[in-house]
Design a protein around this ligand. Structure first.
Ligand SMILES: [Zn+2]
Length: 260
């Protein structure tokens, strides 16, 4: 059974048919889903969704929303993180690509969430876009080791900086993009087998080579086997082996129970 370590199932794109999205995921062999929390309100929604549907969730504030953080943010996340279905702090990090929040705000709230994760002994679900090497510097100075660099899209030096820090690396359908994903197709071979995780980042990052393309190009957890196939092909390893290994890795990082 596959584990989708990152799905934004609280997104309005899923408001109308979440139940069928979840059944399709199960039919496709995606037995475990970690719902990404991206703001305080959204993390609360993710925890409730996880509770109602037997999923897992993260609690955090995406760097895009760093400008909205205040003194109430960390206490609120601490409270949400106490929920038994919340398995990680994040997504948090730095996004110097879109720059929706000023860099000093992004850094401040990234660090505050790292400290929260360390305080609670929870792994971190990390987002970094065009923020190397600053992102790795911050992780190093806070001695973060239990974490995943989700949706890795960077270059070789960035990848190796993360691996040296002991991070897991999340691979999405970005690897299926015939232009942007070409680097990742090579780099995925440099990720040790016990550090590799799979994710859809649904409803974003629909694999570009899926035929036919889904309605409104919405990505969903049921498409994770498509990402698995691309990764297994790039690694030259059997799909079931990569599926089992990445599921094991996800359970180890997030402390998830063995599937029934
Ligand atoms: Zn992200």
């Amino acid at each position: 059974m596959l584990v989708d370590i990152g799905a934004n199932l609280t997104h309005t794109a899923f408001a109308g048919d979440l139940q069928s999205v979840l059944s399709r995921a199960r039919e496709a062999g995606v037995g475990t889903i970690v719902v990404t929390g991206t703001s305080v309100a959204d993390s609360l929604a993710a925890a409730r969704l996880a509770e109602g549907h037997g999923l897992w969730a993260t609690a955090g504030v995406h760097p895009h929303h760093a400008r909205d953080c205040d003194a109430a943010t960390i206490p609120a996340l601490r409270e949400i993180a106490a929920h038994p279905r919340v398995v990680a702090i994040g997504e948090c990090g730095l996004d110097y690509n879109r720059n929706y929040s000023p860099h000093p705000d992004q850094e401040r709230w990234f660090i505050a969430q790292l400290e929260l994760g360390i305080e609670l002994g929870k792994p971190l679900f990390l987002h970094s876009r065009d923020a190397h090497p600053r992102f790795a510097e911050i992780l190093r100075s806070h001695k973060v080791t239990k974490a995943v660099a989700h949706c890795f899209t960077g270059e070789r030096d960035e990848l190796h900086a993360y691996l040296k820090l002991g991070l897991y690396v999340g691979v999405t359908g970005w690897i299926c993009d015939e232009r942007r994903g070409r680097r990742l197709l090579e780099l995925v071979r440099e990720i040790p087998a016990d550090r590799l995780l799979l994710e859809t980042d649904a409803p974003y990052l629909t694999p570009r080579d899926m035929r036919p393309q889904p309605k409104a190009r919405r990505n969903e957890p049921a498409f994770l086997p498509h990402v698995l196939r691309a990764v297994a092909r790039a690694l030259g390893r059997p799909e079931d082996e990569v599926a089992a290994q990445t599921a094991r890795n996800a359970r180890a990082l997030f402390g998830l129970p063995q599937p029934a």
